[in-house]
Design a protein around this ligand. Structure first.
Ligand code: UDP
Length: 437
């Protein structure tokens, strides 16, 4: 293994670990080992001797590229079948925590075969001790693992502090309560009769660029629990969603629904997180963007944000989302004249989806996306929830606090209605399965 790893003098000369962090890691390891002492002294040796469980080792790359060996407990499989995980699989990691091979929080301990994904051993992630909990893992669980693991590791190393570690640890433990690793996801998933394309953000961006390059007209909708509630009572909206080319699952509520129904949702795909990435892609590809929606001046302010962050981006035009039916033909003509290829419509659900269904073709745009309150965020009119709150699925709490008058019904009532709807769906799905068997 060490032959695979070059020497690492290039790494920044910074302390590998804060003394407080080491004391914390050590204390937690001692505490957990003390709590699990009966398991460690009686149960584990017995099951190992009986051959029910065995220890499986793997090589990982530790701090400064040093090889470390990590063990886990697996259940012995009959006749050479693949060993399966056990509830105690990570127990031996406590010893790695005790002797400093691992920290509680740090970048994921990767294997040598993954080194290339991080551009080699000079990646700053190797300047700190790998951890049992990591920022990337937390974001995977919360469904907001956009970008790459390497970026998340860079962010972790850049902002690394004892306080930050406590935050990651707390959020990671909290996220375990309500989320699940998406694991293997079906390509499409149906929740409450709405068919979702189970994409990642990167897949969606690639697909948008592909639509633009192939001149394929594409209508995209983001559906959150509030939209599911609206769709349940609005046949026109339901029909419009069924005609959309791609419907994406937006928000932690959809992830929870996917977990309860055992139909895992790959990623939280929403307009607000898509926007900067889309601007970046369009700036590269040269396609132009029109922003339609929100109050007077808000779309223009969002466009200014995009222009300042992506100078090569062509913003074809902007317009507020408050207009009468009689103004619509002139508006459509205006959009058409700009030659915009991507049209973002921020008029809230279901209005934006119905509007795009009727008018996308006439507008001349190739890709139309309903984006809800996106312009409000990027214009600075409404602040967006801080990242730590998004990582625990609490963005809705922040939106509620920011606009209580507008949001209380959506969240304080709507969330429960949505969960009730999902519970009924689970019960009826279970019953159908039962009667089919
Ligand atoms: N809006 C609009 N025209 C309308 C109604 C609403 O442009 O006739 C705008 C409104 O100003 C806000 C957005 O639509 O900017 C709706 O945002 P909301 O927070 O409801 O969407 P979400 O992000 O929750 O989907």
């Amino acid at each position: 293994m060490s032959a695979l790893l070059p020497e690492v003098p290039a790494l920044p000369d910074r302390p590998l670990i804060h003394p407080g962090k080491r004391i914390f890691d050590f204390s937690i390891a001692i505490l957990m080992l003390a709590l699990l002492a009966p398991f460690c002294v009686f149960v584990l040796p017995l099951l190992l001797v009986l051959g029910k469980w065995r220890l499986q080792g793997r090589e990982a790359i530790g701090a400064r590229g040093r090889p470390v060996r990590l063990l886990r407990i697996v259940a012995t499989a009959p006749h050479g079948a693949t060993a399966t995980n056990t509830a105690y699989q990570d127990f031996p990691l406590l010893f790695a925590l005790l002797d400093g091979r691992l920290s509680l929080v740090g970048p994921r301990p990767i294997g040598p075969h993954e080194l290339n994904d991080f551009g080699g051993i000079s990646h700053p992630r190797f300047s700190v001790i790998p951890g049992m909990f990591c920022l990337w893992g937390l974001r995977m669980r919360s469904n907001i693992n956009y970008g790459t693991e390497s970026d998340a590791d860079l962010e972790y190393v850049r902002d690394s502090s004892l306080r930050g570690d406590f935050g990651i640890l707390g959020r990671a433990l909290l996220a375990r309560l309500y989320s699940a690793d998406a694991g293997h996801c079906a390509a499409t998933q149906s929740i409450s009769g709405i068919r979702f394309l189970n994409l990642s953000m990167d897949n969606l961006l690639d697909a948008i660029v592909c639509s633009l390059n192939n001149r394929m007209r594409t209508h995209i909708a983001f559906v959150n629990p509030d939209c599911v509630n609206i769709a349940a009572g609005d046949a026109a909206y339901r029909a419009s969603l069924s005609k959309c080319d791609w419907v994406c699952a937006d928000g932690i509520g959809m992830k929870i629904a996917g977990k309860l129904l055992r139909r895992p949702i790959r990623q939280n795909i929403n307009g607000t997180d898509l926007f900067p990435r889309l601007c970046g892609e369009l700036a590269k590809s040269g396609h132009s963007l029109y922003l339609l929606g929100a109050r007077n001046g808000v779309a223009e302010a969002a466009a200014n944000w995009a222009r300042s962050h992506y100078p090569a981006l062509k913003v074809a035009g902007t317009r507020s989302g408050y207009f009468s039916e009689s103004e619509e033909p002139a508006l459509l003509q205006e959009i058409r004249m700009t030659g915009a290829q991507v049209l973002l419509v921020a008029m809230g659900a279901p209005r934006q989806e119905l509007w795009l269904e009727r008018n996308l073709e006439t507008s001349g745009a190739l890709v139309g996306i309903g984006v809800g309150g996106l312009f409000d965020f990027y214009s600075g009119r409404v602040p967006r929830a801080p990242m730590w709150l998004r990582e625990i699925g609490g963005e809705w709490v922040y939106r509620l606090l920011m606009e209580p008058g507008r949001m209380w019904r959506r969240y304080l009532v709507g969330n429960w209605v949505f969960l009730f709807r999902i519970a009924i769906e689970k019960l009826t799905a279970g019953r159908k399965k039962g009667s089919a068997a």
